[in-house]
Design a protein around this ligand. Structure first.
Ligand code: 0L1
Ligand code: MG
Length: 254
C-alpha cells in the first residue's frame, strides 16, 4: 500500500473509532497537493460505505481561525450526507475525538460553479443562504497539524448543522455573529472576517475544487468558513449560533 493510501486509511480509522492518530513525521510531511490526494482517497473509502458527497467546506478563511491553529492558507474539504445533523438536535460527543464548534454561513447552489468565477457569477449561482455551525474534529493528536496534514484530514470537517434558508440576495457582507454556550456569548464576530466577504469563499471554493477536478453542482452545499475561533464541546452544553438577518440555530451536546 502506498504512503498516501495508508495515511487515508489511518485517518479513516481515526474517524470510525473516534481515536486520535499521529501527524506525518517532519521528514515525510505532505505538501498541500499531496494532502488533497490523500483527502480524495479518504473520501473514496467513505463513499464505499455508502456516503454521498453533498458539498464542500472552506477552511481557515478568517484570521481568527488561522491564528487558532497556526496554519495560514485557505483549505477545503468535502461534506458528506452522514455529516449533516438535524438543527435543534443532539450531537453525540462520544462519536468524536475533540470536537469544536464554529459559526459559518452556508450557501446552497442552483447552478454549476467551477473554475475562475467572479463574485457576481458566484452570487448568481446561489439558491439560498443559511446560518450554519461546522463541527471540526481534527483526527490528529492535540489538534495539531501542518498544512498537508490538515488537508489530508478533510480540513478537520466532522459534522455540520444548518439553520433556516434565506433569500440569495440577502446582504451577508457584514453580519454580526454570536456563538453562545448555555446562553453565554463565547465568540463574537462579523461575516466580513470571512475573506472580507463570505461570497469570496464561494469564489475560492469554485477555483480550488476545480484544481482537484471537483465540480460544484446544483444542490451542493458550501460552508464559507468560520468568522471566529472554534469552541471546544463537552456533554451537557447547549450551543446556539445567531446571525444578524439570517436567524439562529441550536443543538445540544450529549
Ligand atoms: O473549518 C476550518 O476553518 C477548519 C480548517 C482546519 C483547521 C482546524 O481544524 O481548525
Ligand atoms: Mg469551518
Amino acid at each position: 500500500m502506498s504512503v498516501l493510501a495508508a495515511t487515508a486509511a489511518r485517518l479513516d480509522r481515526a474517524i470510525l473509532t473516534a481515536t486520535a492518530t499521529h501527524q506525518m513525521p517532519e521528514a515525510e510531511q505532505f505538501d498541500a497537493a499531496t494532502g488533497y490526494a490523500v483527502q480524495a482517497q479518504g473520501i473514496e473509502l467513505r463513499k464505499a460505505r455508502g456516503e454521498q458527497v453533498i458539498g464542500v467546506k472552506m477552511g481557515l478563511t478568517s484570521r481568527a481561525k488561522m491564528a487558532q491553529v497556526g496554519v495560514d492558507e485557505v483549505t477545503w474539504g468535502r461534506l458528506t450526507d452522514t455529516m449533516r445533523r438535524e438543527e435543534g438536535g443532539a450531537l453525540d460527543r462520544a462519536q468524536f475525538i475533540h470536537p469544536r464548534a464554529e459559526p459559518e454561513i452556508a450557501f446552497i447552489l442552483k447552478r454549476r460553479l467551477t473554475g475562475e468565477v467572479s463574485m457576481a457569477e458566484a452570487a448568481l449561482a446561489v439558491e439560498a443562504l443559511a446560518p450554519a455551525v461546522e463541527i471540526i474534529d481534527s483526527r490528529y493528536e492535540n489538534f495539531r497539524f501542518s498544512l498537508g496534514d490538515v488537508v489530508a484530514d478533510n480540513s478537520s470537517s466532522a459534522a455540520f448543522f444548518l439553520g433556516p434558508w434565506a433569500r440569495p440576495d440577502t446582504d451577508v457582507s457584514n453580519l454580526g455573529i454570536v456563538l453562545s454556550v448555555d446562553g453565554v456569548a463565547r465568540e463574537i464576530g462579523s461575516s466580513a472576517a470571512i475573506l472580507g466577504h463570505p461570497m469570496r469563499a464561494l469564489v475560492a471554493a469554485a477555483r480550488m475544487t476545480a484544481r482537484a477536478g471537483h465540480v460544484l453542482e446544483p444542490g451542493d452545499i458550501v460552508l464559507a468558513g468560520a468568522a471566529t475561533a472554534a469552541v471546544p464541546l463537552a456533554p451537557g452544553m447547549q450551543v446556539e449560533a445567531e446571525m444578524q438577518r439570517l436567524g439562529r440555530l441550536a443543538f445540544s451536546v450529549v
